[in-house]
Write a protein that binds this ligand. Structure first.
Ligand SMILES: O=P(O)(O)OC[C@H]1O[C@H](O[C@H]2O[C@H](CO)[C@@H](O)[C@H](O)[C@H]2O)[C@H](O)[C@@H](O)[C@@H]1O
Length: 348
């Protein structure tokens, strides 16, 4: 895959905001997080709907005994209980691991600067990367996610895949410095910085609001903001963003993410990395596993589902609509899954 992009104004999980009245009714499921966002002919979503959708995607109760949860697990079984099937599907193929960071390798916490990864998890990722090419695919910028992960032997795709670097050591790249592989939104950097300053300036008075600069993307955090003020915060984002048609907004876990309006997401990053490793879209020699917990990971799950080159594993404690095949409940289970892969490989 060539690391080049074209603007796309209409993407599944894009939420361009200009406050206009939507033409279609909303369809926000209480447990699910893939929300049908109402749009009018211009493709605009109402700010309240975005906030509703964020609320719906952040349930406060876990309900493992509910019928909904049981039915969902039947459709998306645990990757631990299906471990043998996964190994069987990968037989004769190269496993490639893709790992999201927040909510997958580290638990979700209130302060994004303190989303540390456990040492045991780091060891599990290090061990997995000895046997399988491994990439961390995160919404954070590479520098931040590297500070948490601190492993030189893995690939990093930061800013939702808009900044891809190879390993500093190990697998393919033996060079001292990480090779720069792909930066499809380079020209957006000055604009992103400008919007970052405006957002900080406009939102600093809202208690708990935080704007994170993720180099090619920005994250506006709602987690520590009183829910009664979510609309107010989202409205600031909307009013600044309407001056920037080359940027778009997507929604994550109590966060609005602003990024260049180009057709490049975690799914493209997966395709790009697989191709860099020598596996094009038609290759039958690879089995990719993408583990992630959030909406932006769905792009990657979809790519694997469509290409039949692997499977997505959603990390979630409650039912969500997903393109992933399997589930794991929390980062602790992710660590166990990684350990089992290593045990399997060492037992071969
Ligand atoms: O793709 P990811 O690696 O999952 O990154 C997505 C965003 O994750 C972070 O925010 C999320 O985790 C925080 C720490 O646990 C939490 O406070 C926040 O509510 C979550 O949305 C990160 O801070 C963002 O910059 C990433 O874009």
């Amino acid at each position: 895959m060539v690391c080049d992009t074209k603007s796309s104004l209409s993407m599944a999980l894009t939420l361009p905001l200009n406050g206009s009245t939507p033409a279609m009714p909303k369809a926000v499921s209480s447990g699910g997080y893939i929300t049908v966002v109402p749009r009018n002919k211009l493709g605009v979503a109402k700010i309240n709907t975005v906030v509703d959708s964020m609320r719906a995607s952040s349930p406060t109760r876990k309900s493992h005994d509910s019928d909904d949860h049981k039915a969902w697990i039947l459709g998306h079984p645990s990757a631990l209980s299906m471990f043998k099937e996964i190994i069987h599907a990968s037989k004769g193929k190269q496993i490639v691991m893709f790992l999201d960071y927040d909510g997958t390798l580290s638990p979700i916490v209130e302060d994004p600067d303190r989303a540390f990864m456990a040492n045991e998890m780091r060891q599990a990722v290090r061990d997995v990367s000895k046997y399988f090419p491994t990439a961390i695919v995160s919404g954070r910028c590479i520098a931040k996610v590297f500070n948490f992960v601190r492993l030189e032997e893995v690939y990093y795709a930061g800013s939702h895949g808009m900044d891809i670097k190879g390993p500093r050591k190990g697998h393919l790249d033996k060079k001292e410095n990480q090779a720069l592989l792909c930066q499809p939104a380079r020209e957006s950097l000055p604009m992103i910085d400008e919007v970052y300053k405006k957002l900080v300036d406009k939102t600093t008075y809202i208690g708990g609001a935080k704007v994170e600069n993720n180099k090619f993307c920005l994250a506006v955090h709602f987690r520590c903001v009183d829910e009664k003020r979510w609309v107010e915060l989202a409205d600031h984002v909307r009013s600044i963003l309407k001056e920037y048609p080359k940027l778009r907004i997507s929604q994550g876990r109590k966060v609005l993410e602003i990024r260049p309006n180009i057709k490049w997401d975690k799914g493209n990053a997966v395709e790009f990395l697989l191709e860099s490793l020598g596996y094009d879209a038609n290759s039958n020699d690879v089995f990719a596993i993408f583990i992630g917990d959030d909406r932006t990971d769905e792009d990657a799950f979809k790519v694997l589902r469509n290409s039949r080159q692997g499977s997505g594993i959603l990390v979630s404690n409650f039912p969500k609509e997903t393109n992933a095949v399997y589930t794991l409940r929390e980062p602790y289970e992710v660590m166990n899954f990684l350990r089992r892969l290593v045990e399997f490989k060492e037992g071969c």
